[in-house]
Write a new protein. Structure first.
Length: 378
């Protein structure tokens, strides 16, 4: 008979699964985001009140190496059963995993004296923890990893555009559908009793994302690169670029659903990470090579940058003007905009702003959620 498990009040299956994945990563087990998604799906099928159901769902989806099974058992006992799990290593002292539960009244008093002379690993779990309002610059590595799940939930739709191709219209359209009309007339002895129409079809607008990876953007570039990855794998017709001292196209490198693999390939492709910034020259290359020739025509162009530029602001203004002429909308996302008393006084930002349709914040998940609404606006 399976032991019953007790969940914290107000906790959903996905919150529990994501929090448990953080505990496993903190204990040294590699847990990819796709494994967490599979674990969430498994919890929707099994009973979360039955210990064996939850244990084997996690064991089957989150453990990929035999050497991690013992550590998984200890972490499971700590997280799901609310007890201390100890394991005596052959070559060292016992290792204890202690889970500290946070609630509205503060840390759990039962665990206040959990520390002893043995090697101790403490993992703090808050059931309703949210990263949406936290500034990217304050993220820990664990929170940065967890933010990928939230970013993959964003829906970057964008307003559609009319295509040159025609499709069937139910009632009326711009042109007669002669073939369908003649075919339908056969049922009435050749008399066109009902006219059929065609209208232009709609297609998704291309989304072009350009990320500033210069030194001044370093606190935000790691998180925003994950946002770019979520955009590339989450919708069709997305192009991704980074720029600092040079422009680099990363669409192919980010086109993998495994975030670790995609980000590793992207980092290897970018030679100017945390360097200087030449916004004008980078946009000149984008316009000349890709943008004006077709990639930016009718597209939504999103620039992720703080606006600090070492180049000529006149060049930047000229290239932003060229870009605005062909794009459907130009959105500039500045993580520093949230700073109290902020004004776009940096010469690069001041030169670009007259040619920007929307100027928004980009310091947190909540700011990116607002960005998705701006992109979707007609």
């Amino acid at each position: 008979m399976s032991t019953a498990l007790k969940q914290p009040a107000g906790s959903s299956a996905d919150e529990m699964a994501v929090s448990f994945a953080r505990v496993l990563r903190g204990a040294g087990i590699s847990v990819p985001i796709d494994s967490v998604i599979t674990f969430v799906q498994a919890l929707d099928v099994v009973s979360m009140t039955k210990r064996d159901d939850v244990y084997w769902a996690g064991r089957a989806t989150l453990v990929h190496r035999p050497e991690d099974q013992q550590l998984f058992d200890r972490a499971f006992a700590v997280f799901w059963e609310r007890r201390n799990a100890t394991d005596v290593d052959e070559d060292g002292p016992p290792q204890k995993i202690t889970l500290l539960l946070d609630d509205e009244d503060g840390p759990n008093e039962n665990n206040a004296d959990a520390h002893d002379d043995n090697q101790t690993m403490q993992m703090r779990f808050t059931a309703n923890e949210s990263l949406r309002s936290k500034d990217f610059a304050q993220y820990t590595d664990e929170e940065l990893y967890e933010s990928q799940r939230l970013m993959h939930q964003l829906r970057l739709a964008g307003p559609p555009r009319q295509s040159l191709r025609l499709t069937h219209a139910k009632r009326s359209g711009s042109r007669h559908d002669l073939r369908r009309t003649v075919r339908a007339s056969l049922a009435f002895g050749g008399e066109p009793a009902q006219l059929h129409w065609r209208k232009p079809s709609e297609r998704q607008r291309r989304l072009v994302v350009l990320l500033d990876i210069s030194g001044s953007m370093e606190p935000y570039a790691r998180a925003l690169l994950r946002f770019m990855h979520a955009a590339v794998v989450g919708r069709q017709r997305v192009e991704a670029f980074t720029f600092g001292t040079r422009l680099t196209r990363l669409t192919k490198e980010l086109n993998s659903r495994d975030p670790d693999k995609a980000l590793t390939r992207a980092a290897a492709q970018v030679p100017d990470w945390s360097g200087g910034t030449r916004l004008g020259e980078s946009l000149r290359k984008f316009n000349a090579t890709w943008g004006v020739r077709g990639m930016a025509r009718g597209a939504i162009v999103v620039v992720l940058s703080d606006g600090w530029d070492r180049g000529d602001p006149i060049v930047l203004a000229e290239q932003m003007q060229r870009l605005q002429r062909v794009a459907f909308r130009v959105v500039w996302v500045n993580p520093l905009k949230v700073t109290p008393g902020y004004a776009p006084l940096a010469r690069g930002m001041a030169a670009a702003l007259p040619y920007v349709d929307d100027f928004v914040e980009g310091h947190s998940i909540q700011a990116l959620e607002h960005l998705t609404r701006v992109i979707s606006r007609d």
